[in-house]
Design a protein around this ligand. Structure first.
Ligand code: ZN
Ligand code: ZN
Length: 121
């Protein structure tokens, strides 16, 4: 299993489909990945239970990797805190060298804030 993008994830997968919840590292609001069905139809009807569970585990692993990738487009990375946060917790700093989460933004010095459009000290 690869490391999850955010600190808290929930596995909603069952025998028929795969889905994962990722919580924003800051506000902990959950985002759920696209539902991925577990395709069994391609295998013959007489599949050994053990084989089935092996196939499921493998598909589950792949689905989790895919969900992690998808999550990277939903969450934003704050390099200062090394955390992934949702759009609501993220400050895009136009003209500044970096974009940061609200925690860092609140603590950020003048230099960073200067880069933000509309910022008027
Ligand atoms: Zn958030
Ligand atoms: Zn931050």
């Amino acid at each position: 299993m690869i490391a999850a993008l955010t600190k808290k994830t929930t596995d909603y997968s069952d025998q028929k489909h795969f889905a994962f919840g990722f919580d924003c590292d800051r506000c902990e609001r959950e985002w759920t990945s696209s539902d991925i069905p577990f395709e069994q139809s391609e295998f013959s009807t007489v599949v050994h239970e053990e084989t089935k569970s092996l196939l499921w585990s493998e598909a589950h692993r792949v689905a989790f990797e895919r969900a992690n990738l998808e999550a990277q487009f939903h969450f934003n990375y704050c390099a200062r805190f090394e955390q992934w946060v949702c759009d609501d917790c993220f400050q895009f700093c136009e003209g500044a060298d970096e974009d940061v989460c609200f925690n860092c933004y609140a603590r950020a010095g003048r230099d960073l804030k200067k880069g933000i459009r509309g910022y008027n000290p």
